[in-house]
Design a protein around this ligand. Sequence first.
Ligand code: SF4
Length: 347
Amino acid sequence: MERRREVYFVDGLPQIGTRYYGIVDQGTNVVEVRPTSLCPLNCVFCSVAAGPLEPRRWADFVVRRDALVEALKAVVKYKGGGVEVHIDGMGEPAVYNELVDLVQDMKSIRGVSVVSMQSRMFTLTERKIEELAEAGLDRINLSLDAVEPSLAAKLANASYYDPRRAMALAEYAVGNTSMDVLVSPVWLPGVNDDQIPKIVSWARAAGLGKRWPPVLIQKYVPHKRGRHPKGVRAVDWGVFWARIKAWEAQLGIRLDWRGENPFGVERRPALPKTVKAGQRIKVRIVGRGIFRNEYLAVPNKLADDPLTDRAVTVVSERPLRPGAEAIVRVVEDEDNIIIAKTEVVFL
Ligand code: SF4
């Protein structure tokens, strides 16, 4: 099996339509921006199976900043004011080489009120954190699932990952900049149960949550494309919330934010569905998709409008070469993520 992975620098392609990069809208005032799918870790529970050791991935994506910002301007205008831009994606966004400029560009878009980012922070530096704060980054959602270094490195499947570095940087950010940090550990039942109270106690002592809740514990949910650690059982929501309540009582800190809206999430019109499930369209293959047997494609007819043009993920057992044209049937269009299967390929 060919194990080499390709990295694509995306420019001149639609920024909406794929999970790999670009913009994802779920019909609210929070717009997700995905600058890269690269990640230096290999977390054993990663829901998007990122990292250098994953054999199922055969491509990664990095987006040209200008293209992303131009498309985002159109999306923010469509959404109206009070938009939070959340930098996330199928990788670690902090490794994006133009991150500071990206934050600055996004924060200066009229209608963007908050810029936030999901990150493990360990690739950042104090200087970079200062630059990000100055550029307008309001909050980092820190992914941290263990404070004990050997367990954290084991969960990240990377000996070079040290949670103490991330924690020190988070403390620096809340203590020395205007930025806030919240920590969002994934509770892996039977694996990091004893780590969660330690993370919560650290967050409180470190002063996380200056403007938002300091801790948001995530439920481990196995994903079809994700990695599934051995020995971890996914609990149902009833068990999950009972555990959260027990930790709340034990630690004397609020962990259950149901019924409130601390992030100010509001329903907003979803972006128009210009490509719909059931439709047959003619596309041109651009290159590989992230996972084997997936390809990135664009429809032959584009309007040159970032709001209506869509990228398409084509699933095909048969190898497709870049430049090939195909008639595909769209099988999924949820949240404008367009997945299609090949019907006829013109080589
Ligand atoms: S969970 Fe995050 S940091 Fe870990 S491998 Fe996945 S994308 Fe990378």
